[in-house]
Design a protein around this ligand. Structure first.
Ligand code: ADP
Ligand code: MG
Length: 698
């Protein structure tokens, strides 16, 4: 008797139901072995339970009818082409079923036989028709196990590829599943199965492919969803554990004396939320266990100040600190903020960005390596190999959605790791923070700094444009400033969105001809961008027409107008980021999204929700429900393999449960060293070992 692993490795080519030419098609779907097929779950199910008399059918909806075969015809309709027709009589009401190019169907029917058809009917020439219906031969003593199986009300729907039909996939699954369902070994120990009410593997495999009813299917699906989320949570727990055990960081306690010195330098009184976050960060940094903490808060909640505090606490211990931003503009702005804070201190700090002259860069790098710079502010440039620190103790990564796990690993040396504080660009839905950022501890800023101005948002249609521009011009005459944002498009791209150059030309010679308008986009050189930003900051330009280079972090308190063209091209979280650029000073903010006549209703509705909601946490949930994890929180970003069956929007409750379960198990058996957990451990390492850099310890 071959062992389980060998049996599961059986090529599906060996199955009687697999024809030679289907091997390639199956391989295209990633299906080569029996194991692949067992875990290739249906993407959906056809519910054949809607049984109706032919007289009561509805067009285009999946329904099931029964009757006797009244007529069978088949004819050739050209070279290699054929059509088989079967007329079904249900108490005098007729329905015609048609098969194209499946001449063998003719021989499957006998006159007077009782059959059941499931499909989406169409009315043609006064009679109902179904094309390629699902057939069940009723009360036929010749019915084999195949036909028996297909009387089930829930039929699996598998992902397909060219040339491979649903009929064939069902046949193949119908052979493999019953024959091999007992082979895969259960990964969950018995106590976990019963504690979390999980269906055992063999039963669950059978039910997910060939459900006996809707309830059993739900139960089976829940088992696999739980398993997938549970294994991920174990992997995240293992990563947290390893980060703690394998790396050492310097102890950087914020003593009372250090705290007093820092708070004196800060330009504002800390909000209670900032204080709480700082306390959490400081507690982590006081130990030799490297901090891995995520700070999330709404746009404008004052995350920077928390970071500045921690940077200074590190420097106070004679250790180097680094602040990384996703764009050069933001890095320069942070340098600006720190300059004001550090004026009266002896902290030596430098900016390290792509735009430096080679000689400047060389000298900054040399000083960093020699320990003659305490604090460095930069972009990804900080991660390049030739960047050396003398004693790096703490790193802040701002606006996290642009940095992943590998980046955090890049600044480690041997078993020495700095403390890390990661700040998100935007509030993240809880399910996302539990998965994509699940290896981090979380601090949340819920309050806003005092003096933050409300931002009123409008959807401005073509009919309201004139009024809006009048309003905007009045604000500009009162010395306020405005951002105008257009989606990023190259001229060459054939897209109907206004490019930034076009928008600039139009506004500068049209609506805003009386004002000083400037332009900022990604194709400008670093120095040009810096100049444009600086002129705007100083108020020399009143209107900055820009791409989303200004999306995150930019802080110009006098800017009070945010005008967004083609807003349908942005995600809600992104629009919220942009809106967060205004209302930062003493003046109330205004945000207008300019929409065109043609914008579809769904798009308009989404924007209405955006203007009606000012809380970023609420918007993040909304955006998530509408678009799923999307690019913003994409798994590619984190490097995690995609889910096979779990769905973060739908399975939030199971996720919470799986996370608690995983944490409990990991606390009981850190490293999953006990033999009963060996299979879970293997699965965890196989699936997430590489992505999460889990060393196979213990
Ligand atoms: P974000 O969390 O989006 O990065 P910032 O750190 O840029 O937010 O802060 C938003 C604005 O609030 C900035 O203009 C900043 O100077 C101001 N700010 C931050 N903390 C305070 C505070 N405690 N009191 C008053 N203003 C503050
Ligand atoms: Mg910020």
């Amino acid at each position: 008797m071959p062992d389980a692993i060998e049996q599961l490795a059986t090529p599906i080519a060996n199955m009687a139901s697999v024809r030679p030419r289907q091997q390639k098609q199956l391989a295209r779907l990633g299906l080569r072995t029996v194991c692949d097929l067992l875990f290739n779950f249906p993407r959906d199910y056809e519910d054949l339970s809607d049984l109706r008399p032919v007289g009561e059918l509805e067009a285009e909806v999946l329904q099931t009818v029964r009757g006797t075969v009244e007529e069978i015809d088949s004819r050739s309709t050209g070279f290699g082409k054929s059509r088989v027709g079967v007329l079904l009589n249900d108490h005098g009401s007729l329905l015609r079923a048609t098969w194209f190019n499946q001449p063998f169907m003719r021989d499957k029917f006998k006159m007077g036989q009782r059959v059941q058809f499931s499909g989406k009917p169409k009315m043609r020439g006064g009679r109902w028709e179904m094309t390629h219906p699902h057939v069940v031969w009723l009360g036929d003593e010749q019915a084999g196990p195949d036909e028996q199986a297909s009387t089930r009300e829930l039929q699996p729907v598998y992902p397909l590829t060219d040339g491979l039909s649903q009929y064939h996939m069902r046949r193949i699954a119908g052979e493999v599943v019953p024959n091999f369902v007992d082979v895969p070994e259960e990964v969950f120990p018995d106590d976990l199965l019963s504690e979390y009410g999980l269906m055992p593997i063999a039963e669950a495999l059978s039910e997910i492919h060939m459900p006996s009813d809707a309830e059993a299917l739900e139960h089976a699906r829940r088992r696999f969803i739980f398993q997938e989320l549970f294994v991920l949570q174990l992997a995240l727990a293992a990563r947290r554990h390893q980060q703690r055990v394998n790396f050492r960081a310097p102890e950087l306690p914020a003593t009372a004396q250090i705290d007093a010195r820092i708070t004196r330098l800060l330009p504002f009184e800390l909000t209670p939320g900032q204080r709480r976050a700082i306390d959490e960060v400081a507690a982590d940094m006081a130990t030799t266990t490297p901090m891995n903490r995520l700070l999330q808060g709404d746009v404008g909640s004052g995350k920077t100040l928390v970071a500045v505090y921690a940077l200074l606490a590190c420097v106070a211990h004679g250790q180097q600190a680094a602040l990384m931003a996703p764009t050069e503009i933001l890095a320069r702005q942070h340098a600006h903020t720190l300059e004001r804070v550090l004026k009266q201190s002896r902290v030596r700090y430098k900016l390290l960005v792509g735009g430096l002259k080679p000689t400047e860069r060389e000298s900054v790098l040399a000083d960093m390596a020699a320990g003659e710079i305490d604090l460095v502010i930069g972009t990804h440039a900080l991660l390049e190999e030739n960047v050396q620190f003398k004693n790096l103790g703490f790193v802040v990564i701002d606006e996290q959605h642009k940095f992943g796990v590998e980046q955090r690993a890049a600044l480690r040396r041997g078993d020495q790791s700095p403390h890390y504080l990661v700040m998100t660009a935007t509030p993240i839905p809880r399910t996302v923070s539990m998965t994509q950022f699940g290896d981090l501890d979380v601090s949340t800023l819920r309050d806003m700094p005092p003096g933050r101005q409300p931002v009123t948002s409008y959807v401005v249609g073509p009919g309201e444009r004139e009024r809006w521009w009048n309003f905007a011009r009045n604000k500009l005459r009162e010395d306020r400033q405005a951002f105008v944002v257009t989606p990023l498009v190259e001229e060459s791209e054939n897209v109907d969105a206004t490019s930034v150059d076009q928008a600039f030309e139009q506004l500068a010679s049209g609506e805003l001809a009386d004002f000083r308008v400037d332009i900022l986009h990604g194709r400008m050189t670093a120095a040009e961008k810096d100049d444009a930003m600086e002129r705007f900051r100083r108020g020399e330009t009143q209107v900055l027409v820009a791409t989303t280079v200004i999306e995150v972090g930019v802080d110009v308190p006098n800017a009070s107008l945010m005008i967004i063209a083609s807003p349908e091209r942005f995600g809600i979280a992104q629009l919220h980021q942009l809106r967060g650029r205004v209302g930062r000073g003493e003046h109330p903010g205004y945000c207008a999204v300019l929409v065109d006549e043609e914008l579809a209703d769904v798009g308009r509705e989404r924007l209405q929700k955006f203007v009606a909601t000012s809380n970023g946490f609420d918007l993040a949930e909304l955006d998530f429900e509408l678009r799923g994890p999307g690019d913003l929180f994409g798994t590619q970003q984190h490097g995690l393999p995609p889910f096979r069956i779990a769905d973060l929007v739908r399975d939030a409750v199971v996720l919470e449960e799986a996370r608690d379960a995983a944490m409990q198990l990991f606390t009981r058996d850190p490293g999953l060293a006990q033999p009963v957990h060996a299979k879970l451990r293997t699965q965890m390492l196989r699936r997430y070992g590489a992505a999460l850099e889990l060393a196979d310890v213990g």
